[in-house]
Design a protein around this ligand. Sequence first.
Ligand code: FES
Length: 293
Amino acid sequence: MWEYTEKLKEHFFNPRNVGEVEEPDGVGEVGSLACGDALKLTFKLDEAGKIKDAKFKTFGCASAIATSSVLTEMIKGKTIDEAAKVTNKDIADYLGGLPEQKMHCSVMGREALEAAIENYRTGGRKKRELEGKVVCTCFGVTEKEIERVITENNLTTVEEVTNYCKAGGGCGGCHGEIEKILERLQPDKAKEISAKAPPKGRKLTNIQKIQLIQQTINEQIRPALRADGGNIELIDVEANKVIVAFRGMCAQCKLAEFTMKDVVEAKLREFVCDELFVEEDKDSEQQQHKHSG
Ligand code: FES
């Protein structure tokens, strides 16, 4: 499973500052339960304008709890201007690092802090709204947010963007647009990466095809599903039919069909061969339901 630092585990088992500050000066709410995690951050200032109390409520994984907990510790004692400078990287560094697939939790923390500061600066009138064009409709992520995680964290692949802000982790329909943003912001690196991509269109033996399918699942597909607590298993390959089974959360998720059809199929076509199509192994899904129910 995930490699968590001792500090992260400690904050997960003993989260600090859980709850809501009474009569807060700033309130920031981000994420949504439908997308798997949500965070509400509240803070109160002292007379000198420093944050004297900060609390959080979150619905999310161990990393979401730990990042929210350290965030409240980090901002206590800071002025608003100082707190506004905290980046998602600062939050992850404070924890001694986060698994790559969990970096979106640190971004959620930074967004909640910004929303709370904005709410304070506008006298409690302004709640966070999505600014600019929404690129990933599955997770409601805008072009601006994607640009920001790319430049602040020096990202070069769609998979990394998914790890940092979830964009691209659902149906996969936005991958083309995320790639264009990457090419615009990181033109040299994007070129290097596509040069390393396996050449498509060559004739593969059956063994090579199956190996490449497995490699694509391991490197391109599984990380995105794991970010949401799910997993995928390759069951069989019959000519161009790839049979897979979803495990964990993905097996029950209502997005499973989109995920399967769009992300898995699109990735396999991109990296292996245009003619592949994907089917879900219903028998193994039913067995899993029996086990879990
Ligand atoms: S639109 Fe981005 S994953 Fe579906």
